[in-house]
Design a protein around this ligand. Sequence first.
Ligand SMILES: O=C(O)c1ccccc1N[C@@H]1O[C@H](COP(=O)(O)O)[C@@H](O)[C@H]1O
Length: 212
Amino acid sequence: MPVSTKICGLSTPEALGAAIAGGASHVGFVFFPPSPRHLSFDRAAALASLLPSHVRAVGVFVDPDDDTIGQAVTTGRLDAVQLHRTSPDRTAHIRRLSARETWAAVAVKARADLHAAGHYVGAADRILYDAKTPDGAALPGGMGMRFDWALLDGSSHPLPWVLSGGLDPNNVGEAIRRTGAPIVDVSSGVESAPGVKDVDKIAAFLQAVRRS
Ligand SMILES: O=C(O)c1ccccc1N[C@@H]1O[C@H](COP(=O)(O)O)[C@@H](O)[C@H]1O
């Protein structure tokens, strides 16, 4: 089964084009003002208009309110929503409201953190395992931090899942072999500076996934 790839935090047509040309299955649009990858609804609409129908758009949010979700889903033509720091109850509500596939981010540092995934059964469609960022960090993701992939050994995933956190063109092959991830997700590992995507790194990442 080929591994699917989400290239996240896209903000220019050039970077979006590199993700599409390289075979990304998903692209991510971030709706979180503190992030260097944050998009206005207009900007998201312009990028979404360039997407072929086989590439799915995922909106990335941090405990969003209903209005943000409603506007982003419509203007960004989102196929899915990815929710960070969002409780299972809110996640279930947003899933109903948006009528979109819903990914719940679970922040991982220790094995005990994996238990949180079970709380999203019935509330989300997919779990995104991401590295836990430090207390007080401005962002809950997109900081290039990885967690110990061995923590996933023997894990009985309660939902379909995605591997995220600190992936890059050099380590994604090992990450896939080590964890068996069906989908991998990258943001800062294909950037030259925070929020600045590098088309060559996007191509290298997608090539590394294909070769894995
Ligand atoms: O990318 C961001 O700015 C961001 C902001 C708020 C929540 C999540 C964010 N990114 C997500 O973080 C993971 C891992 O990113 P990285 O590859 O380690 O940089 C990824 O799922 C992004 O979607």
